[in-house]
Design a protein around this ligand. Structure first.
Ligand code: NDP
Ligand code: 2IT
Length: 451
């Protein structure tokens, strides 16, 4: 068995109940074979065995009391995966599906993603199986305080800097930061995604979605194509999906779908700016369901279906796909349906939204495929810019931050393409992104010796 296959097999053997983590390890490691061949020093120092083992896993109890006085107990996580190139950095996810395997997959991906941004950030991720749906503001606040009551001792501006992810947006970051500030008596850059009044960065809320569209535009440019007039499928209707739609509109494309965990809407006339404004209000203020969009604008609603189920069922034609909801939302059948219906590019706003079989279908059919760790790196990159501004104790303008974000996305695209070419599979963004992200971290680990 090759070294790579051995490492993959061992991760499964050690933690059999972590399928998402195994999937992420397999996806990354199988593309790293050329680095094994060209870097015997990595093999000797057991970099491959070391990089799949987190530096540290923190798991804790979160007891809290709801508005009716009932006590609840949730589980909290922070996986500090690798800080070879900078403080641990990565989001917090609040969703009932959260478990250690999911947080490990996300933390593992984050190592390479953060490396690709060129900013000094290591990889980490955290969260809880807390479900914010249907909770009052006070309950969310009390939960965030309870979460931070333990997390505070493990994080710090030079140690580990969490941010948002599914279920953690501006409201939650406010409560988390407020509590940290209170108990540490420190006003410092310990979280990103902060509000503008207390140390946040302009463009951070927009950054993941904007970045994913910038990445897609770069892929199209290589083939002398552009965004204008392209019909785009977007899934999810949260932070990433919302600003993906906005940037698609800026660049002249036509977004036609959104979804949430209850169903999907298809608006073949196109989601325009007014409709997007409605979605922002619906999702961020009223915290309603996407079904209401269908009622308001008289478009079809598909209960209990994802956007990709609809593509498969209805044969929906589209040029571009922006999966922006969650992991493994696109399986092989969905991928085949996208291909059959004319899709030429996939840019992953969500983390690992495509199964390994789906990725193979993109590759076999020569789709332009922007893997998550490259395509959605704009979010964490702008978190890195927020950290820089906090350290400098100043704030850059919207234009400055957007220009830097755009430059970083262009760089990630080029670095991925260059690495794919240098390591023998031109045009393979997945392999290129994995190798480019890995090399910097591996070299740093090597420099430290065996520690
Ligand atoms: P939000 O919580 O703002 O939105 C998530 C959206 O996806 C909601 O519409 C939600 O529906 C839907 N969704 C979540 N889980 C499921 C599920 N199991 N099945 C179907 N739909 C689901 O999160 P974000 O927009 O921030 O995150 C979306 C994706 O992007 C995630 O994969 C995240 O890891 C990734 N990402 C986020 C970044 C960021 O900066 N926020 C950066 C990089 C990647 P519902 O409301 O019904 O739950
Ligand atoms: O998956 C991700 O990159 C994020 N959720 C953003 C992390 C961050 O630290 O901004």
């Amino acid at each position: 068995m090759s070294l790579i296959q051995e490492v993959i097999a061992k991760t499964k053997e050690k933690d059999p109940a972590q399928p998402e983590f195994h999937q992420a390890v397999k996806e990354v490691l199988e593309t790293l074979q050329p680095t094994v061949d060209q870097h015997p020093e990595f093999v000797k120092a057991k970099i491959y065995e070391r990089i799949v083992e987190p530096d540290r896993v923190i798991m804790f109890r979160i007891p809290w009391i709801d508005d009716d006085g009932e006590v609840h107990v949730n589980r909290g996580f922070r996986v500090q995966f690798n800080n070879a190139i900078g403080p641990y950095k990565g989001g917090l996810r609040f969703h009932p599906s959260v478990n250690l395997g999911i947080i490990k997959f996300l933390g593992f991906e984050q190592i390479f993603k953060n490396s690709l941004t060129t900013l000094p950030m290591g990889g980490g991720k955290g969260g809880s199986d807390f479900d914010p749906k249907g909770k009052t503001d006070t309950e969310v606040m009390k939960f965030c305080y309870a979460f931070m009551r333990e997390l505070y001792r493990h994080i710090g501006p030079d140690t580990d800097v969490p941010a948002g992810d599914i279920g953690v947006g501006g409201r939650e970051i406010g409560y988390l930061y407020g509590y940290y500030k209170k108990i540490r008596n420190e006003h410092t850059g310990v979280l990103t995604g902060k509000g503008m009044e207390y140390g946040g960065s302009l463009i951070r809320p927009e950054a993941t979605g904007y970045g994913s569209v910038y990445f897609a535009a770069e892929m199209l440019k290589v083939r002398d194509l552009d965004m204008s007039g392209k019909v785009a499928l977007v899934s999810g209707s949260g932070n990433v999906a919302q600003y993906t739609v906005e940037k698609l509109l800026d660049l002249g494309a036509k977004p036609i779908s959104l979804s949430d965990s209850s169903g999907a809407i298809i608006d073949e006339k196109g989601i325009d700016r007014d409709k997007l404004q409605y979605v922002l209000e619906l999702k961020n203020i009223r915290r309603g369901r996407i079904k209401e969009y269908a009622e308001k604008f008289d478009v079809p609603y598909y209960p209990d279906m994802s956007v990709w189920d609809v593509v498969k069922k209805e044969g929906l034609k589209a040029d571009l796909a922006f999966p922006s909801a969650t992991q493994n939302e696109i399986n092989a059948e969905h991928a085949q349906a996208l291909v059959d219906n004319g899709c030429i590019a996939v840019s992953e706003g969500a983390n690992m939204p495509s199964t390994l079989d789906a990725v193979k279908i993109y590759q076999d059919n020569k789709l332009m495929y922007g893997p998550a760790k490259a395509a959605n790196a704009g979010g964490v990159a702008t978190s890195g810019l927020e950290m820089s501004q906090n350290s400098l104790r100043l704030s850059w303008t919207r234009e400055e931050v957007d220009e830097k974000l755009h430059g970083i996305m262009r760089n990630i695209h080029k670095a991925s393409l260059d690495a794919a070419e240098a390591y023998g599979d031109p045009g393979n963004y997945l392999m290129g992104a994995n190798i480019a992200g890995f090399l910097k971290v591996a070299k740093a680990m090597l420099a430290y010796g065996v520690v």
